[in-house]
Ligand binder design. Structure first.
Ligand code: AMP
Length: 108
């Protein structure tokens, strides 16, 4: 979608600090980090929100989130996974994405 900021990042029209990419997902640093490590993982396929994604896409996304956090970022002490769903959940960008937060002991 041409008006979707994460599609534009996926297509290289907007810059990002990329940490991982494969045929299914792209991972990059959040522009306003809420923790020492704050990375977003997006499916390359445009899906607006978590509720719209099918089982196969969610499975691939969660598998790659685990790979990025544990192997690419090496967050050995642990990390937090957040998916904000629609306005009530705090979602601002309507292209499905998972937040990986880590790099310190997180509290609520
Ligand atoms: P959400 O509230 O779950 O929709 O989160 C959207 C996230 O995208 C926020 O944490 C923003 O800081 C982040 N964000 C917005 N624009 C960009 C961008 N151009 N590059 C990286 N992160 C961004």
């Amino acid at each position: 979608m041409s008006d979707c900021i994460f599609c534009r990042i996926r297509d290289g029209e907007l810059p990002c600090k990329k940490v991982y990419e494969d045929e299914d997902v792209l991972a990059f640093h959040d522009i306003h980090p809420k923790a020492p490590v704050h990375v977003l993982v997006i499916p390359k396929q445009h899906v607006a929100t978590f509720s719209d994604a099918d089982e196969a896409l969610l499975g691939r996304l969660m598998d790659r989130v685990r790979h990025v956090a544990d192997s690419v970022l090496g967050l050995k002490e642990g990390w937090r996974l957040i998916v904000n769903v629609r306005a009530g959940g705090g979602q601002e960008v309507y292209h499905l994405h998972a937040h990986i937060l880590g790099g310190k002991r997180l509290s609520f």
